[in-house]
Write a protein of this length. Sequence first.
Length: 414
Amino acid sequence: MPPTVRVAIAMLVTTIVVAWSGAPRDAYAWGGVALTLWSPSRRPLALRDNPALVLLLLFVAWALLGTLWAPEPGRALGDWVKLATLAAFAWSTAQLMATRADGAHVAYVLRCLCVALTAVYVVEVVVWLRTVGHGWRFGDRVMDPFSFQHINTFAGLIVASFSLGWLVLRSEWPLRRTIVAIQLATGLVLLWLFASRTAQSSVVALVVAMLLGQRRPRMRWLAVAALAGAVVVAPMVNPRFRDATMWTLHNRVQLWRGTVELIAERPWFGHGWGDKTFQALFVARHPVRAEDYPHAHDLPLQVAFGVGVVGLTLYAAMFAIVVRDLWRRRTAGAAGERRLAGVLLLCFAATAVFSIADMPRGPFHLYLWTLWAAGAALTGARRPPPQIAAAQASPSGGAASGRRAPRAAASIAR
């Protein structure tokens, strides 16, 4: 079975299981195990050539060290096992997608992921239509009609995956326009229903970043106009922007201050990976309801709480190196690589904005690490020799040439 088919099948199954599982972390842990078992015998990404992979191993090792020194190592160890399995998922996915150095496998897998997520969106819209009027109120919380784990997480995932539609649109798939149209329609409807201010702000940031990335000056002025228009239109589309924004902001600031205090108690190793540890410690020291504070509502603070400042540095460097290399491919790569790098950078940008005031949890966290794996595969794989690259690119080469290319490239390199 070709590596791309393996990854596509695993991505489809894992996405659907994660979306509707009662225990999403366990679901993507099993998906990580499956992908690890499917790793190719010849790994195209070598540690000596890919510092991002080295940082991944160091981050997991440091998290284990912090777990052993945590106040409750028993509970923290279970969360670390899930983190390690997620890292194995990212490692294996990157190796599988890097079996073609031109990024063809990366694009194929991300297209399959886009289709899987679109199917989830369609199901959620159907669920809402069947239960409209029962437990749903616009502008407040939308929980009852939807089967997904958490609406804010789902909304952030939708925004961070919009850019994948561009890869589908630029493919040769016969239903590519229909797939993208369904993705946009269902995704925008769900974003409106969820009324998540963080996710909707991420949409604005995504549009502005996309326009600023254009080389024409007119598009940059259009980005400024889009930002100004969003400030005016957002309170009209989502009443929560004008009704509860200041109250939520006040609560967020208090939450972040309390998180910084907890980080200061164990700045090097942290308190242990996992939301439950944070929730228990924060609620024990503040007179608040546990369900209102499940995590730090800020990805850097949550990581620093779990694995300390050193772990946060390793985590940030792991993603920063991939983003830096993607930017280089975006400016100096081939046409297909520039498009793929640009899409991944937009996905990272939307995720970064969302992570300022919320947390990519469960399926969204899985998706974030999948983006990291895709970026590492695109930027870390060695380019094939010219004759192999020509065979991969030629229509007459077909799938068979693509399957033989990595082995032939390795033999020529030796």
